[in-house]
Design a protein around this ligand. Structure first.
Ligand SMILES: C[C@@H]1N[C@@H](c2cn(-c3ccccc3)nn2)[C@H](O)[C@@H]1O
Length: 445
């Protein structure tokens, strides 16, 4: 039996409106973490910070007052939003999430509720407006990342210990509400908010406020898409309320990790956000450890779509507004594959077929078109295609070169597809034509 909740999930099941259907169809996004942290880029006084670059202010070797002065030298003279948008478009991203304000509290727009903004820098001008315009002109939706945690704001409290804290907390909540309304008013074409920094007690223990805030934002901008990380219920439960129901419009907990199976997503819309190195969101001059390759990222993207989710790849521009070579090369390599095979990603959904070792099935939403995306060609070179009962395979073709493959029927609902070769430099996409009806041998087994 369920617990009576005032501020838990207000809906069971996924949103079915057009704005959510659009978000769901896009499948592939670009995250951009850009701010003052790009100036030190993970290094300070000849020492290298081993944490995430955008967290350098919390490093013991970085005095807060030193970090808080960095805005005086933020001047992205090489910032070219049209180039940023063109790169994202050629990569095949259909939406972009930009950090309006990260935990450090620095605003990339000239907010009238804060002095700690782009207006106080040598650059002076709004960065968000030109970015949003350029991306929208390139046919890419924009969502706004907003951190509730704000290390710069005098009224921010991680926890409320006394009446003074509670008064500060109230002022801070009004500040958050004002900034979010300001962002919606300044940038009416944005499609959603991506909230972060909502794990402190001060936020977790005021589920009513987070609920009212979500409803307020929806009232200002009907159709807004907001993930599960904003809300807490009145018992402090986050993402899933105390009855286990997802709050918000999609599960937003998949940060630097992916679900393993369809059961892990519990039928909810969800999105994974991923870094190129193990754990760097903002620009870090010295990437150490494993840097993901094009094919590794393509497998994460395809796996996410095959499990009914979106996949967002993070970029960390430099302080001057340019992207590092590794990120430029990844965008180009991903884009090359997406140009030929993107149709298997966009509008992709869980196919409802049993997972096979060679890779992933993806169904084009609401159709009989099922794609196989092959990452592991067996030594035999033959791909076993197991379909649901009473589903017949009537044809198959590789997208690359539009090569027809002739299925070899094994019996019942199983077929072999023989690939022309056993090696490939990129994932192989095969479009299956299926009909659901009777299997040839109508055998019972
Ligand atoms: C989307 C990503 N979320 C931010 C983050 C993650 N974390 C964090 C904090 C404690 C444990 C695990 C992760 N803190 N901040 C990162 O800085 C980046 O913005």
């Amino acid at each position: 039996d369920t617990i009576a909740l005032q501020h838990g999930a207000h809906r069971t099941g996924n949103r079915t409106d057009a704005d959510m259907a659009r978000w769901r169809s896009l499948r592939f996004g670009q995250f951009i973490h850009w701010g003052l942290y790009a100036i030190p880029g993970g290094e300070w006084n000849g020492k290298t910070y081993n944490g995430a670059a955008e967290w350098i202010r919390s490093w013991k070797e970085m005095p807060h007052e030193e970090y808080d002065k960095l805005y005086r030298q933020f001047n992205p003279v090489n910032f070219n939003p049209q180039q940023w948008a063109a790169q994202a478009k050629s990569m095949g991203a259909k939406y972009m999430i930009i950090t309006t304000k990260h935990h450090d509290g620095f605003c990339l727009w000239p907010s009238k509720y804060s002095k700690y903004t782009i207006a106080a820098t040598p650059w002076k001008k709004d960065l968000l407006g030109p970015m949003i315009d350029a991306y929208n002109k390139a046919g890419i939706d924009v969502h706004l990342y907003f951190s509730i945690i704000d290390w710069n704001h005098p009224d921010y409290r991680a926890s409320l210990k006394n009446a003074a804290d509670s008064a500060a907390g109230k002022r801070f909540q009004l500040f958050v509400k004002n900034q979010l309304a300001e962002l919606l008013q300044r940038y009416p074409t944005i499609k959603g908010f991506w909230f972060d920094g909502t794990w402190d007690d001060s936020w977790k223990n005021d589920g009513a406020f987070s609920d009212e805030l979500e409803q307020y934002l929806q009232s200002l901008h009907p159709g807004l898409v907001m993930g599960s990380r904003l809300r807490a219920d009145e018992k402090g439960a986050r993402h899933f309320d105390s009855n286990g129901r997802l709050m918000g419009d999609y599960e937003q907990g998949w940060e630097r990790k992916l679900p393993a199976t369809i059961e892990d997503v519990h039928g909810n819309d969800w999105e994974a956000v991923m870094t190129v190195p193990e754990n760097q969101w903002g620009y870090h001059a010295k990437w150490t450890g494993h840097v993901k390759t094009v094919n590794e990222i393509l497998e994460m993207l395809v796996k996410s779509v095959s499990l009914n989710g979106n996949f967002v790849l993070n970029f960390g521009p430099k302080a001057d507004g340019t992207f590092r070579t590794e990120e430029q090369q990844l965008a180009a390599g991903i884009g090359q594959w997406m140009k030929v095979n993107g149709e298997a990603v966009y509008n992709g959904t869980y196919a409802g077929f049993e997972k096979q070792d060679w890779g992933y099935y993806i169904r084009k939403a609401g159709t009989d078109s099922v794609y196989m995306v092959v990452f592991n060609i067996p030594v035999s070179g033959s791909l076993r295609v197991k379909l649901p009962a009473r589903t017949e395979l009537t044809g198959a073709s590789m997208l690359l070169g539009n090569t027809t493959l002739t299925p070899e029927w094994i019996g019942r609902n199983e077929y072999f597809l023989h690939l022309p070769g056993k090696t490939t430099d990129s994932p192989v996409v095969i479009l299956l034509k299926t009909v659901t009806g009777e299997n040839k041998d109508k055998g019972n087994f």
